[in-house]
Design a protein around this ligand. Sequence first.
Ligand SMILES: Nc1ncnc2c1ncn2[C@@H]1O[C@H](COP(=O)(O)OP(=O)(O)OP(=O)(O)O)[C@@H](O)[C@H]1O
Ligand SMILES: [Mg+2]
Length: 347
Amino acid sequence: MAAVEFRSVGKVFPGGVTALRDFTVTAEDGSFLVLVGPSGCGKSTSLRILAGLETPTSGSVWIGGRDVTDVSPQDRDIAMVFQNYALYPHMTVFDNMAFALRMRRIPGPELNRRVEEAAGILEITALLGRKPRELSGGQRQRVALGRAIVRKPSVFLFDEPLSNLDAKLRVQMRSELARIHHRLGSTMIYVTHDQAEAMTLGDRIVVLRDGLIQQLAAPLELYDRPVNSFVAGFIGSPAMNFLELAGGGAGRAGAVSSGQDLPEGAARIGIRPEDVVPLQAGPVSCVAEVVEILGNEKIVYMRTDTGEPIVMRCDPSVEASVGSVLRLGFRPGRCHFFGAGGERLVK
Ligand SMILES: Nc1ncnc2c1ncn2[C@@H]1O[C@H](COP(=O)(O)OP(=O)(O)OP(=O)(O)O)[C@@H](O)[C@H]1O
Ligand SMILES: [Mg+2]
């Protein structure tokens, strides 16, 4: 087990692309740290630097209190699981999992024990004799995890390991990963562009944009107190609504109805879809454009009478169909305020 630290890591690729700027993050020993952000923001680069597959242009990387910036990948005591985990097609599940141990000349009894233990954790013991083509996507994914687990690394690195799976399997594997983390207690660093995966897996989450950390916080803190409108819009689905405060638009009317004073310099407000409520004499008037009925909830996509889009997440019993005119209010105290530069203004 080991803590992981990035200290002021910068990465400029030879072509001149700056992938990371002054990246400083610590993942405590045994914690689950998630890096999340849009495509190209530097997530994989940071993992590859930690794994030793890429050299930082500046700064240093520490694992277990040791500066490993110049240590070769195989001496870093980490295992990485990629999105494209190529299993060896001609080898059985057992041999796929044992491969790295054979390369390290781990003796037979120890090797058997480790593979069987990992297979037990992953619940694939019955599959050890099969070839990858005889497995489902989720089973293959577990074998790929097994290859990492048998190595007993102090740190696991995951780069979008679930993105090849269908939606249902992703959710299933997500909870299995959480279970495995709990059971192994290893430090895990996990990269994804999926904010739901980030929220459910991470003890702490780093939101990256253009190689710069926007916020580093626990999931609920990110959700409830995003530091800027980028984080506010990135975390949460459907995304937070943003309404301009200028003039007499819906934003101003809704914010006033929420009972909050407008902070000085506020340019726009943010309101989460679940904090938009239908109110008989609500201050905001809208027309429903799309209605999604999900069984346990209803998502209503609307447009205000000033032409701004706004989304409401509500109980399925709320009456709304395409073309309905609705009057809305905002839940008291739930408005987020942002300045002209997108920065959060304290509530
Ligand atoms: N070997 C390379 N040479 C030059 N530029 C690179 C190289 N690898 C990555 N980049 C650039 O660095 C930036 C960060 O890339 P990175 O792969 O870290 O993004 P990412 O956050 O993992 O994105 P995705 O979600 O698409 O996987 C991008 O602009 C990318 O084009
Ligand atoms: Mg990537």
